[in-house]
Design a binder for this molecule. Structure first.
Ligand SMILES: Cc1ncc(COP(=O)(O)O)c(C=O)c1O
Length: 452
């Protein structure tokens, strides 16, 4: 079911809640071998941007929905399957055993829409939501997302008072953070709820072994004074995506001894947490009381060399599509895009896809990124530009307006986000998260708003 609009094919959401009848298909006839080839395929269903499921008010995408309506389908869209997110969280709950699930929705829900992803994750059984920055946490609260919420990447300039007042739980891995939390507690009259971050080997945030005892003493004093409450102790794994790597065992051992030291300092954390998606699915001993999966919530495999989403019981939630902006027949030897890194081997049809690196299509996937057009796989021809890239369609019939699928769950034989990750020498986190604000998100499979 599509959320918000009864029949997608009949109306286009204007973002203001108005529904506007879609215009007729006025695309030119298809190009095939230099001649028009029959009628163009039907329009795919027109999307709607679901009210209340986009990012918090004021974000670029929320503003986008308020712009004057331009009739016709958008030139590109990321379709988000919220039912898949719910089911993925259900699968993660199973994998987590007795541990609770914190769905990580930072970075705009890994590009899927932070508020929509959080609501779907809670509906799927997550009992916590995790974000990096305080602004993300506050935006979730502003949008009315309830429940336990942790933010872990904080700076002295953040609005600690607002976060404590909003019941956001906060990470502290250094003295300055504890001091900021104490000040916020005094300002708001509420104890700050802290999760102490210990460095166990990732070399990122968290207190190193040498600083941990002093941090614990500071926190224990603040807790005794009623300014803070230590809710958790946490860390993050460096190599969970390499199951069996000895580094994971070393980090686990560090973590256990840091927790033991915290207990000796008189702290009684309610939750210990260490696991991302990969550890949730492959490292049972790292699950403790709470797991923090992100990628797997969105249906992507955190261990792509070992297992795909389906083998892990996951379903990718994002489908990224565009419509061909132009189609033309060119001679053999035609240079394509900046630097002419691609030349047609023979007379051929070039399709122009109106998505570029400003939209998150990695420039590193030049000459390599896969797409599906009319049921056939093609590869990016030449350099990915800021707003567009070209596909050599050979002799396949094609017309402006035809759908191009960059990635999705694979139901129609389309590439996966992981295929783009391989093409761009990166990870699938990077592929979905980078999809930019010019690409409207549309939502399917939602439960009624406000049910979480
Ligand atoms: C602290 C922390 N926990 C959990 C996650 C989720 O990781 P993943 O998306 O690999 O599951 C992240 C993501 O980078 C993170 O930074």
């Amino acid at each position: 079911m599509t959320f918000g609009i009864p029949r997608e094919a009949e109306s286009v959401g204007a973002g203001s809640g108005a529904a506007v009848t879609a215009v007729a298909d006025v695309r030119p006839a298809a190009v095939s071998g230099g001649t028009a080839a029959g009628s163009a395929p039907e329009l795919s269903p027109a999307p709607t941007t679901a009210p209340g499921t986009g990012p918090a008010d004021g974000s670029a995408r929320a503003r986008h929905t308020g712009e004057p309506h331009r009739p016709g389908p958008p030139h590109a869209q990321a379709r988000i399957d919220l039912a898949a997110i719910r089911a993925n969280v259900g699968r993660l709950r199973e994998a987590a055993g007795s541990a609770e699930v914190m769905a990580v929705v930072k970075a705009d829900g890994y590009g899927h829409g932070m508020v929509a992803a959080a609501r779907a994750a809670l509906a799927g059984g997550a009992t916590w939501i995790g974000v990096a920055g305080m602004q993300e946490a506050l935006a979730l609260r502003t949008a009315g997302v309830p429940g336990r919420l942790l933010a872990w990447l904080l700076t002295p300039g953040d609005d600690w008072n607002a976060a404590v007042a909003a019941g956001v739980e906060l990470s502290a891995g250094a003295d300055w953070a504890v001091r900021a939390a104490v000040r916020a507690a005094h300002a708001t009259g509420r104890p700050a709820r802290l999760h102490l971050e210990v460095e166990t080997g990732l070399g990122r945030g968290g207190a190193c072994a040498g600083d941990w005892p002093a941090l614990l003493d500071t926190v224990a004093r603040a807790e005794a004074a009623g300014s803070v409450h230590v809710v958790g102790v946490w860390s993050h794994l460096a190599r969970a995506d390499e199951p069996g790597h000895p580094g994971c065992d070393r980090q686990l051992a560090h973590f256990r001894s840091a927790v033991a030291r915290a207990r000796r300092a008189g702290l009684t954390p309610e939750v210990l947490h260490l696991s991302n998606s990969a550890a949730t699915l492959t490292l049972p001993e790292a699950r403790f009381d709470l797991v923090r999966p992100g990628l797997a919530v969105y249906g992507l495999s955190p261990v792509p060399d070992r297992a795909g989403p389906a083998e892990l019981g996951l379903r990718p939630a994002m489908t990224l599509t565009a419509r061909l902006a132009s189609v033309k027949r060119v001679a053999a030897g035609h240079g394509v895009s900046y630097g002419h890194r691609y030349r047609t081997a023979r007379e051929s049809t070039l399709g122009l896809v109106p998505l570029g690196y400003a939209d998150g299509v990695p420039r590193h996937a030049s000459q390599a990124g896969p797409v599906l057009v009319a049921g056939r796989r093609h590869t990016v021809a030449g350099t990915v530009c800021m707003d567009q890239f070209v596909v050599d369609l050979g002799d396949s019939p094609a017309a402006p307006g035809d759908e191009v699928v960059l990635f999705g769950p694979g139901d129609r034989g389309e590439p996966a986000a992981q295929d783009w990750a391989r093409a761009a020498h990166t990870i699938s986190h990077d592929i979905v998260t980078r999809i930019g604000t010019r690409v409207p998100r549309t939502y399917t499979g939602d439960a009624p708003a406000g049910t979480c």
